[in-house]
Design a protein around this ligand. Structure first.
Ligand code: MG
Length: 252
């Protein structure tokens, strides 16, 4: 139990015993990596354009199913009310929400909110995530006041790149993400072009065609592993109540 307690405490502010991130002078979740400046910004609450695939319009989860960490799938039963969906998995049972359809290069809009009742610290402060192709994570976390390692705060490319600025809304208020994604390309098992992502958080550019270094991973660098040209989008269930609404996507 002691090691669990130490781990939980340590993980709030980062690590010193992790490997260097390839091409960077920082370790994975480096506790000494500077945090981006906090700025005030407002969410962009945009209606879907006519050619978008509306993944969630506030009413139902027919475009989604759930997937457990062990790969089981089930009908999506997250709570839908007042135009949003909230993660409701019982404690310890983590089921991501994943799209029925698969996507590669895309433009994605969604809005997310950490409930005002959230009291968790560090990575337990309303953790979720937008997992492009179910593996490249743009972090969702309470980062208006809650501190964690820079490459794990809201809008970070988890474990790889902090956002250029911290545009987070306070708890109880909506955030928007507009994400522009170029999927990695593989020739058989070989990576021939990495993925790239641009992220606009609350109207502010926080990643500009950032190179994705591989799948999101905790405390390590995960190498690319070949996968299909299109894979489902997933929203991470990290065991904390986080709300999403107005989710739409356009294939590029
Ligand atoms: Mg997360």
């Amino acid at each position: 139990m002691l090691s669990v307690a130490l781990f939980a405490q340590d993980s709030q502010l980062g690590y010193t015993d992790t490997p260097l991130i390839p091409g960077q002078n920082w370790k994975v979740h480096d506790s000494s990596r500077p945090h981006p400046a906090k700025i005030a910004a407002r969410p962009v609450l945009s209606a879907p354009p006519a050619d978008a695939d509306v993944l969630f319009d506030g009413k139902d989860l027919s475009k989604w199913r759930m997937k457990s960490r062990s790969g089981e799938t089930a009908p999506a039963n997250w709570k839908v009310q007042d135009g949003y969906v909230e993660i409701v998995s019982p404690k310890g049972m983590r089921w991501n929400l994943i799209t029925q359809a698969a996507y590669g290069d895309c433009q994605l809009h969604l809005e997310w909110l950490i409930p005002a009742s959230e009291t968790g610290k560090g990575q337990a402060g309303g953790n979720s995530g937008v997992e492009l192709m179910s593996r490249y994570e743009i972090q969702v976390l309470e980062s208006h006041e809650n501190k964690t390692y820079a490459d794990g705060q809201a809008a970070s490319l988890y474990g790889q790149w902090p956002p250029m600025v911290n545009a987070s809304s306070p708890k109880g208020q909506w955030n928007s993400y507009d994400i522009f994604f170029e999927a990695p390309r593989f020739d058989g098992e070989k990576l021939v072009k990495p993925g790239y992502v641009s992220v606009v958080h609350n109207g502010v550019l926080v990643h500009h065609r950032r190179e994705i270094l591989g799948p999101a991973a905790h405390r390590r660098n995960a190498p690319y592993k070949a996968h299909a040209a299109e894979e489902p989008l997933s929203l991470q269930d990290h065991g904390h109540p986080v709300r999403y609404r107005n989710i739409w996507i356009r294939r590029l």
